[in-house]
Design a protein around this ligand. Structure first.
Ligand SMILES: NC(=O)C1=CN([C@@H]2O[C@H](COP(=O)(O)OP(=O)(O)OC[C@H]3O[C@@H](n4cnc5c(N)ncnc54)[C@H](OP(=O)(O)O)[C@@H]3O)[C@@H](O)[C@H]2O)C=CC1
Ligand SMILES: CCCCCCC/C=C/C=O
Length: 329
């Protein structure tokens, strides 16, 4: 008999999540039936979507949603051998039983020397978000100037590097000087700390006096309005996230984007990465190749200990992470 530890949403978040909104519980797992396997989480992801999706899809008492890299510890399913690593979406649990249907083996050719945690970040869902958002929504082309916010995070850091590979000029902003230094190190042409500039409008203008062809928006709110006002004619805006609004109890009011959208004839499109689930393999193969070749650099913010999941999640929402926020069990 295996005992799993799980984190439960004890109380729906009101405003910014608190550690008291979560509860750690134990669950006895039954013995395996034919076709099933027992998995042990090795790395778990904490992601911004957990904040809005918990509100939309969960009830109090549910196990927190989320993905993990897990190791097969026992198998009665011939498709998965003991010791194999998979990406699963089984929520905040140390151990779980699966029938194998929604498990993904790591992409073929994953080098032994590469941490498997990257399957939750650059070579996982956030990397795919950057890849499809840039190619399919921003429709970036060589010579474009691309702006990305939350640029030192899991998605943003890949956006900037892929845009450089694609022959673009890249401007990024992030919430600390260390993050800005990191962006410059990984090849961003311009980067600034949005928390310390005296005027966001001036900082954006200084970074690209001619304006922006593409805006990959992870943040929303007032930042997005200011950036949209500096788009070039026919610019493309990918609404990837709105993290500055996820913790609002009362929806933010304007300023509104219709005037720049109209007179600059802009295109703005929201997207969810799962739209391209049928091209997952293509995206992961490309991302893994760039990582192995050293063309895309990865940074992770690793929190040790399953017991620290809520703290890691809250820390990520506060901006404590450089690169992908991951918990190592
Ligand atoms: N559409 C889709 O399919 C997907 C969308 N997303 C979205 O992409 C965005 C980035 O996600 P991800 O890369 O995983 O997370 P990150 O690794 O970027 O972590 C979140 C970061 O957001 C920044 N942040 C937090 N609050 C604010 C705020 N009020 N204003 C500006 N920045 C803030 C912080 O960085 P800083 O220090 O710079 O403030 C923090 O580090 C999120 O909005 C997320 O919801 C992610 C995956 C898929
Ligand atoms: C259980 C995995 C769900 C992943 C969906 C990610 C979409 C993110 C949207 C905004 O952050």
């Amino acid at each position: 008999m295996v005992t799993a530890r799980v984190w439960v949403l004890k109380k729906h978040f009101e405003g910014f999540p608190k550690t008291s909104d979560f509860e750690l519980k134990k669950i006895e797992l039954p013995n395996l039936k034919d076709g099933e396997l027992l998995l042990e989480s090795v790395f778990l992801s904490v992601d911004p979507y957990m904040r809005p999706y918990s509100q939309r899809d969960m009830k109090e008492g549910d196990i927190m949603i989320g993905t993990q890299v897990a190791r097969v510890v026992e198998s009665k399913n011939p498709a998965f051998s003991v010791g194999a690593f998979v990406v699963a979406g089984s929520g905040w649990r140390t151990h779980f039983i699966s029938d194998g249907k929604d498990l993904h083996l790591l992409p073929a050719g994953w080098p032994e020397s590469l941490s498997k945690s990257l399957a939750l970040g650059t070579v996982g869902m956030p990397g795919l978000t950057a890849y499809f958002g840039l190619l399919e929504v921003c429709k970036m082309k060589p010579g474009d100037t691309v702006l990305v916010n939350a640029a030192a995070g899991a998605v943003g850091s890949v956006v900037g590097q892929l845009a450089k590979i694609g022959g673009c000029k890249v401007v990024g902003c992030a919430g600390s000087d260390d993050k800005v230094a990191y962006l410059k190190k990984i090849g961003f042409d311009e980067a600034f700390n949005y928390k310390t500039v005296t005027s966001l409008d001036e900082a954006l203008r200084k970074a690209s006096p001619d304006g922006y062809d593409c805006f990959f928006d992870n943040v929303g709110g007032e930042f997005a309005y200011t950036a949209i006002s500096q788009m070039k004619k026919y610019g493309r805006i990918a609404i990837c996230g709105a993290i500055s609004q996820y913790n609002d109890s009362v929806p933010q009011k304007g300023p509104y984007v219709q005037i720049p959208m109209l007179f600059k004839e802009l295109q703005m499109e929201g997207f969810i990465v799962s739209r391209w689930n049928n091209r997952r393999e293509e995206g992961l193969k490309a991302l893994l190749k760039w990582v192995v070749e050293g063309k895309v650099k990865c940074h992770e913010h690793i929190t040790e200990g399953f017991e620290n999941m809520p703290m890691a999640f809250i820390g990520m929402l506060k901006g404590e992470n450089l690169g992908k926020a991951v918990v190592k069990v």
